[in-house]
Design a protein around this ligand. Sequence first.
Ligand code: AMP
Length: 257
Amino acid sequence: MPTMGALHAGHASLIERARQECDHVGVSIFVNPTQFGAGEDFERYPRCLETDLEMLERMRVDLVWTPTVETMYAPGFQTWITVEELSAPLEGFWRPGHFRGVATVVAKLFNAFLPHKAYFGQKDAQQAVVIKRMVQDLNFPVEIVVCPTVREPDGLALSSRNVYLNEEERKAAVVLYRALTAAKVKFDGGERDAQQLRETMRTVIRSEPLAQEQYVSAADPETLEELKTIQHSVLLSLAVKIGKTRLIDNFLLQGGS
Ligand code: AMP
């Protein structure tokens, strides 16, 4: 299970699931510089190795790897993995090069751990889609397991970045969940026009003064192409800045009609 540390109950749920399904569980903690863009939060990303290791020990994780940047990217490093089309929209549009960094480091971690299964969170929906594609395209002998998003009682998805939020921003941050929920209510009521769902999310975000939308999306869960009419399922996703902190969230909705 690849992580960037600053572990929380979301990470714990993946580890728990892996513990149930596997004989041995390995976790990596690596804040991967190549998936951060210039001006992003690589330097100030929360790092708390000691408490992370305590938690992993409590959870009876068998192996933890905490490589340095120099170990991962030795001098002369020049081999990259690009999952081309799936990396282009949404997060990829706003964070150019992000998924090249993610795919490359995950491929390296797969080669280092040689796992039978690897666990990822639905919280990072596009990441899971990109990694699944890479595994299929490059014949990695690993099964990708995607686990549900763990949330705070008010609906905010757990994230290592939530520590950036001050008290007022923390309250405002629930707007992502409120926007997704408002669109889900419409979907459950039979709305199949994807633009209507995008507009519903947009309206909720606009109602929160501290929030600034980067994107809202109602896309095909596999191709990530924006939908016009929803046939079966839809991935609702959004990225919103709350003050200076950028947050993402999503709902995967399956329609019965
Ligand atoms: P990160 O340390 O942020 O790179 O996350 C490591 C893994 O944990 C990724 O597969 C994430 O999608 C997953 N993850 C992060 N937050 C959550 C959450 N709230 N619920 C479930 N999984 C999560």
